[in-house]
Design a protein around this ligand. Structure first.
Ligand code: ZN
Length: 250
């Protein structure tokens, strides 16, 4: 057993396994092509099917869908075209993905992501700084609207994360708030935008027991990411475990 692979890994494993099983599972073929639902001679249909498809969109599938949509949008932009928005995946709730994005990205964000505006719960905030309001909205969407994915989207050249530019008290407050991201970036040799996305991901998880429990259960995921302002390409700061197509069995 590898070090550090405790309950979290087990839960993740189970989640991935459930996802894989769900994707691979087809309804069992009916013998002779007839309906397999047992019918009681007196009471008509006796029991509901036991293998009804799960109605939720697993976070891994929502992420794969978002990645593909952005890839297509980038390819279309490079070819001077506009990509059609990705069709809504099966199992999605009210929104397919929530995006906590810097306000500087908000104007054309759905097109750049390759998504229909109605599929995105867009939480726009300067610097992509998380707020109590944004967390409350995410909690509500996760609980009531079956949201399974939140992307924290920062970008290169973010003016809200720059240092030494503030001239008013409000700007100075924002500059102070960005200090942890600049420090983390310097300490770990990261870009400031990546450090900011990682910190805001952690801020959401530490502020919300509901969302962190959903992450543990692999029914919800928060993915830090960066939008390249010029190409529109998104770099997803996923962990190695999130990139694995199937769980590693030891
Ligand atoms: Zn920005």
């Amino acid at each position: 057993m590898a070090k550090g692979c405790g309950m979290g890994c087990g839960v993740l494993f189970a989640g991935i396994l459930a996802t894989t099983t769900l994707t691979a599972q087809q309804p069992p073929p009916a013998p002779g092509g007839a309906s397999t639902t047992p019918v009681h001679p007196k009471h008509g249909q006796q029991s509901p099917p036991t293998h009804a498809p799960h109605p939720d969109l697993p976070p891994a599938d929502a992420l794969a869908w978002s990645r593909l949509a952005n890839d297509k949008a980038v390819q279309a932009q490079a070819a001077g075209r506009t990509a059609a928005a990705a069709p809504r995946p099966g199992g999605a709730g009210r929104y397919v993905v929530a995006v906590l994005a810097c306000a500087e990205l908000a104007a054309d964000l759905p097109a750049r992501m390759g998504l229909a505006p109605a599929d995105i719960l867009l939480l726009s905030a300067p610097g992509a700084f998380v707020s109590a309001e944004a967390i409350a909205e995410l909690e509500r969407a996760q609980r009531e609207d079956r949201l399974s994915l939140c992307v924290v989207l920062t970008h290169d050249g973010c003016r809200n994360l720059a240092a030494g530019k503030a001239t008013t008290p409000a700007q100075q407050a924002v500059e102070r708030r960005g200090q942890p991201a600049r420090e983390l970036a310097a300490r770990r040799n990261l870009s400031v935008d990546k450090a900011q996305a990682l910190l805001q991901q952690q801020a959401i998880l530490s502020a919300s027991t509901q969302l962190s429990s959903a992450v543990t259960a692999d029914t919800f995921r928060i993915v830090p990411a960066r939008l390249d302002a010029r190409s529109g390409a998104i770099t997803w700061h996923t962990t190695r475990a999130e990139e694995l197509p199937i769980p590693v069995v030891r």
